[in-house]
Design a protein around this ligand. Sequence first.
Ligand code: SAM
Ligand code: DTB
Ligand code: SF4
Length: 369
Amino acid sequence: MKENNWDLKSILEVYNSPLIELLYKAATVHREHHNPREVQVSTLLSIKTGGCPEDCAYCPQAARYHTDIEKNDLMSVDQVRFAAVNAKSQGSSRLCMGAAWRNVKDNEDFDHVLELVKEVNRLDMEVCCTLGMLTENQAKKLADAGLYAYNHNLDSSEEFYKEVISTRGYQDRLDTLENARAANLTVCSGGIIGMGESAEDRCKMLMTLANLKPQPESVPVNALVAVEGTPLEKQKVVSIWEMVRMIATTRIVMPQTTVRLSAGRTQMSQEGQALCFMAGAGSIFAGDKLLTTPNPEVTEDMELFNILGLLPQKAYAKGEKPGIKTEEASTEKERSIKWSRPGHTIPANVEYTAVAKEKRALSKNENKA
Ligand code: SAM
Ligand code: DTB
Ligand code: SF4
């Protein structure tokens, strides 16, 4: 059970160990590899919202479900610069731009995203993108534009993944991480707890991440935000103790990584979040919105930082600022990649798609009348 060679039994042993011991061990590992008073603060910006063709059961941005989000086309350079400057002035050292895409396509929209990356890089912020599946050539173009990190979550174990998503396969996620790595981008990949998965699923996902060579530089741990209209709307809020266990286990199996206490913080008390920091969380998403759902106000987070004696980390504390390369990235012809589409039936996803269809038809008729 060394680095990059973790087996499931050992990870489950860590995960299931007495919480008081687990917390102490994780806090010890955290102090050996990180400054426990520093927290990397990241702001999320949804640069293209909603209308996504995928069927991820947790996601309010999937077009096939009926949720209450406002759809938006790609943001302009000015809109992104404004948001980035604001995020920086509030203490964020990283901007993570998210698009509700299945995968990146070689088109004008992608060229525009490259311009957005350059613009944020010029503000001396760490630039991260989460745009769906991506080829090596596309990853290189992003790296040449000055991207620092690529976020692409495994979300759960390979087995449980099949119970929440039918429109893409787990291997595509792993291939994308490899493509980001091949372009020398830092890798950010984690998952969601509270979707109905077992402790074994959680540990299997951690095993896959921990056995990547090298391990991801950052691992977000999200608590499901159960959004009305999605197939997972009725899931109960995950207990803080499970969140602490997950963060502590992540900390222990990937000692160097930055563990990100991600979605779900509005459902956590200050004391609960403090335990997550003790357990080795070294990063948060700040700002009153994640991509589409609420997040604590910056003032609340600053109050918590003051209480705990935490400090926001400077940009590029753990790596160099990437330069912006002006010449064309790669002119190599890329083999055409066909991302998979397993297409198996997930009853809840089918049911919620049908309900959404009915609701849309109903509101169309009401508008006509
Ligand atoms: N479309 C791209 C993709 O799926 O890779 C990027 C954006 S997607 C919204 C990024 C991540 O947000 C997902 O992988 C998932 O981990 C997280 N996410 C989405 N909806 C969530 C929810 N309701 N609760 C917690 N995390 C969520
Ligand atoms: C991650 O792991 N969590 C963030 C970020 N990476 C892209 C996204 C959380 C989204 C929560 C639901 C929403 O706001 O739409
Ligand atoms: Fe689309 Fe990403 Fe949401 Fe899945 S998680 S529906 S791919 S935006």
